[in-house]
Design a protein around this ligand. Sequence first.
Ligand SMILES: [Mn+2]
Length: 432
Amino acid sequence: MEIITTHKNVDFDALGSVFAASILYPQATPILPVSLNPNTRAFLSLHKDIFAFNTSKEINPVEAKKLIVVDTNSWTRLEGMDRLPGKSDLEIHLWDHHPEKGDIKADWSCHELVGATSTLFAKRLEERQEEISPILATLFLAGIYEDTGHLTFPTTTAADAKSVGFLLEQKADLNIVKNFLRPIYGPKQKDLLFEMLKDVKRQKLNGYTVSLAKAHIKGHTPGLSLVVNMFQDIVNVDAAFGIFIEAKRDQCLVIGRSSDDSLDIGSIMRNMGGGGHPNAGSAIVKPADPQSAAEWIIEMIKEGHQSSIQIGDLMSSPVFTVAPKIKMKKVALLLREKGCTGIPVVDGEAVVGIISRRDFRKIKKSPQLDLPVKAFMSTRLFHIGPEKNVGQAVRLMVKNDIGRLPVVKNERLIGIITRSDVMQHYYCERSG
Ligand SMILES: [Mn+2]
């Protein structure tokens, strides 16, 4: 007997991998744990006639000569396989994409750090030019999309995207995928969202727009992070916090979300005893005192729980500057020579304007090149402090459509930060 199995709380990647494996190992029986995620359970009950499988209770795994494990590499995550570890006459094949080291010792394994195990199977099926039914292609696509957040999670690789292309060629149905991957948003979640929106306030804290909302929950309420996401989208703030009061357990569940990497939600939540990453996180605080939880969060944002990279680290300095009376002709030469697109105009120590390549379009006749820079410079002045973060610089640049910001400390020009400095920071950070 040969069996294929996967981890408990079966998600789409696990489910897709089990049925993909049953194409590659046609003689093996798929065994699914009893505990399925709600969306995979719904998928299976709709496609009952198409997918044949057993549960671990219906077979005796000890009789297996070959075990194919997919989407996990740890024995404790399997169901009903307790007597298999250490069994001598058992050949184990492992297909997994998790980075953690597991305790399943395989005789053969396909382990690559891609976004989903389904990707590993899709790749193999494509190489073997297997015919895949649109339903199977749909299931594998759901697996890849769920594990990679529709190819947006940082764990996504080119292989995942290529497999998506292959599965779409095999007629995977995006409508079905969308339907089954739709997160939980029912009447309970809708009521919560409405409660949060009832007396919504936006506030400006440390340069960010922030909204904190309170709502009451009773017992286990799934989909709370989705509710906070929707709340943030509707209120349109840089960061949103839902403080969910659970009176019975005398605690508040705090969920935060930020669309600005520089406002680090994970760091705030770790301070509150929880965890997360820069864009999202959660914590449980006791007792159920939403007011002090809110004040705590506000205090932390004011103190600047943000990425450690400040403008001072990214700016160029010293800054090359020109005096207001310098002729435009000279400025043109300097811009070319220095290879920059703009220069601050400085009178004494004060920045009085910025002259950029764009300003040369104002010159209609060549004699104007003999006029001083102050006649053409832009005097709409924006600047930023060295202690500010990248997100704040980007907002100023985008809002005012400017490509560079003088960095000013104690009214003195100490550096300059440009659009390309910011881009470089973003791209290096993300690929590094
Ligand atoms: Mn997976």
